[in-house]
Design a protein around this ligand. Structure first.
Ligand SMILES: [Zn+2]
Length: 293
């Protein structure tokens, strides 16, 4: 029951939500990178949030969440596809990382996301300044500023028994999608009361409860919202997946200058490592017009 997205609805208020729980997938992604724990934690948060938000994709496509900062972490990228593939990586500011000031990982930056659902749909982008509280506070600020849909998120990422786990619950106020609506429509004050109540219940969920494998997603949601009735829909799996290919990297290399190709050549060959999955791709420099003699 891990590595899944579980959509649900609170019946009394019609609020929609999703529970994301990542275990093996997140651990595999973070373990492959070998980051220091604070960097792995941040990358885990970004990956969990990418799944949470990316699970809103309606058509085939990719949801990308990215952070750029002037802190120790220069860039964080995570993306999630409609077929359930997740990948994430971090790039550090090497000169700052050397001083090991890991307390200040993110500084003066922004968080951006893009929704790419193919040629026939419009690319959607959102951007928000990084808040001192980190990823969750920044994303919450984005929703408050720019979305008409009220959104509340609770998230936890931690190492449990030596393995990375991540989990998040998101609740959204989407009355047009159903719920119990009185003939004349719910009054604003009832809607606000429902929302406040749901937010209070959401905040009662402790980190270890969110991350616990001993209670299923259904049990967790029932525990939190049972007084208002919870309806759970079919869950969807999440797996570790990368979209790097020989062809894509070949395409990038073929745009490079002869000097850059020479610079990248080592022992007569070019090795490019995918920063997401650490897979090595080897190329012959002669394929890019360089004669090594
Ligand atoms: Zn890759």
């Amino acid at each position: 029951m891990t590595d899944t997205i579980l959509p649900f609805m609170i019946e009394a208020s019609g609020l929609r939500g999703r529970l994301v729980r990542l275990d093996t997938v997140l651990d595999k992604i973070l373990e492959a990178h070998g980051y220091l724990a604070p960097v792995a934690h941040l990358t885990g948060e970004l990956a969990t949030m990418a799944v949470m938000l990316g699970s809103m994709l309606k058509y085939d496509g990719v949801f990308t969440l990215q952070i750029q900062s002037e802190g120790v972490v220069k860039m964080l990228v995570g993306d999630f596809t409609s077929s359930g593939d997740l990948r994430a990586c971090a790039t550090l500011n090497n000169d700052q990382a050397a001083t090991a000031e890991l307390g200040r990982l993110l500084d003066k930056g922004y968080m951006a996301f893009t929704v790419d659902q193919g040629e026939n749909t419009e690319r959607y982008q959102g951007i928000v300044e990084l808040r001192p509280g980190g990823l969750l506070e920044s994303m919450q600020a984005y929703f408050t500023q720019s979305e008409q849909i009220r959104t509340g998120i609770r998230m936890a990422v931690a190492q449990v028994e030596g393995r990375w786990r991540g989990a998040a619950i998101m609740l959204q106020d989407m009355p047009e999608e159903g719920g119990v609506i009185a003939p004349e429509g719910p009054s604003i004050s009832t809607e606000d009361d429902n929302w406040r109540r749901a937010m209070i219940l959401l905040q009662t969920c402790a980190d270890d409860e969110l991350l616990s494998l001993s209670c299923s997603g259904e049990e967790l949601l029932f525990r939190l919202f049972h007084e208002d009735g919870v309806r759970v829909f079919e869950s969807r799996p999440v797996q570790k997946g990368c979209r790097c290919t020989m062809e894509k990297i070949n395409g990038i290399l073929s745009t490079m200058s002869p000097e850059d190709i020479d610079h990248m050549t080592d022992n007569g060959q070019i090795t490019v490592t995918c920063e997401f999955c650490n897979h090595d791709f080897s190329f012959d420099p002669e394929a890019f017009g360089r004669n090594m003699n």
